[in-house]
Ligand binder design. Structure first.
Ligand code: XMP
Length: 328
């Protein structure tokens, strides 16, 4: 297969089977070895489906000549940074640089309440951290990106991948884009064939700014922990009850106000948690999942008992439109 240009080859068959995935993997491995030779390739590895599949392909093709950088910006879901290290460094023996940038991001975001401003800060800081890591490395000639075909179609082939677009001129590397003709379902089939865990391959969509847009208003560490812990409980219960992989996207949101409750016979003034669970085909419209009432009660009880600083749980019943899927 030819990885040049921005148009999916007309004769490219849809990848839907393990055999089809294996054929693609073989071609991609040959193509990248031809492109980079003994050169070194840099990759921003978020742990999302696309960057994880790119990493696994490149590890297969060039081993330690791939340098992965995982930036923990403090806005990832519970267990995600640990999973990236476990899967790629421990199990696949990848050359992985783990950057703990939690304080840096949260300090920059302190006091910023406007959603688009929060997004801008997260995006810009990400590029800055990645750039700093890239400058520390010698001999990098290539930059791998998890661009997939919808990214190309949606951006007219000109927009760089949102994670790494915006690197300064002197850090412009030759691009390696192995997934650029693949649709999301094909990326997942390839990821599965490469041996990535199901929790990585079939994960629900997660916004680039992460939990930052679910901790409403100015992010504080205590509310961010409420979002992370309640989200972990929701995901665990959906998995246990057969809703993982069935519901398109589900998460929790914590607003920046408190309400009155009673704990141990005393009044308490704590945060609410809002549960959102929606189904959609293209994220342009969405319907609310009909979660069994008993399960909602069980999740509510767990959140109230296990998440510090939360005394109320609500279920968001609003379809898109007129609500958006995310709250910010
Ligand atoms: P909305 O809230 O617009 O979300 O109905 C539609 C889909 O897009 C995701 N989303 C984002 N993804 N960066 C992203 O990468 C963002 O800033 C962002 N905002 C929303 C959202 O999770 C849903 O899947």
């Amino acid at each position: 297969m030819d990885f040049k240009g921005n148009v999916r080859p007309a004769d490219m068959e849809r990848i839907s089977t393990a055999e089809g995935a294996q054929a693609f993997i073989n071609e991609a491995v040959d193509a990248v070895r031809k492109q980079v030779g003994d050169g070194k390739v840099l990759l921003a590895l978020s742990g999302g489906v696309d960057s994880s599949v790119v990493a696994a392909l490149l590890i297969k093709a060039i081993g330690k000549n791939l340098v992965c950088v995982h930036v923990n910006h403090g806005l990832l879901r519970k267990g995600e940074p640990e999973q990236v290290v476990k899967v790629f460094r421990d199990e696949m023996d990848a050359n992985l640089i783990y950057v703990d940038a939690v304080d840096r991001f949260l300090d920059k975001l302190a006091g910023v309440a406007e959603p688009e401003q929060k997004r801008k800060i997260i995006g810009a800081e990400f590029i800055r951290v990645f750039e700093e890591e890239a400058r520390k490395l010698d001999g990098i000639g290539f930059l791998a990106q998890g661009t997939i075909y919808p990214d190309i179609l949606e951006s007219d082939g000109v927009k760089a991948h949102h994670n790494v677009g915006g690197l300064p001129e002197d850090l412009k590397f030759e691009l390696v884009e192995l997934l650029k003709f693949l649709f999301k379902d094909e990326v997942r089939v390839v990821g599965k064939a490469l041996g990535l865990p199901d929790s990585m391959v079939y994960r629900q969509p997660f916004p680039g700014p992460g939990l930052g847009v679910r901790c409403l208003g100015a992010i504080t560490r205590d509310r961010l922990e409420c979002v992370r812990e309640s989200d972990a409980i929701l995901r665990e219960e959906f998995a246990k009850n057969g809703l993982e992989g069935k519901v398109w996207q589900y998460f929790t949101v914590v607003p920046d106000f408190r309400s009155t409750g009673i704990r141990d016979g005393k009044r308490c003034f704590e945060y609410p948690v809002i549960i959102r669970a929606v189904n959609t085909k293209d994220a342009m419209t969405a319907t609310v999942e009909n979660v069994p009432f008993e399960l909602l009660q069980h999740i509510t009880n767990r959140i109230l008992n296990e998440v510090k600083g939360v005394n109320r749980v609500c279920y968001d019943m609003s379809p898109k439109p007129c609500s958006t899927i995310e709250w910010e």
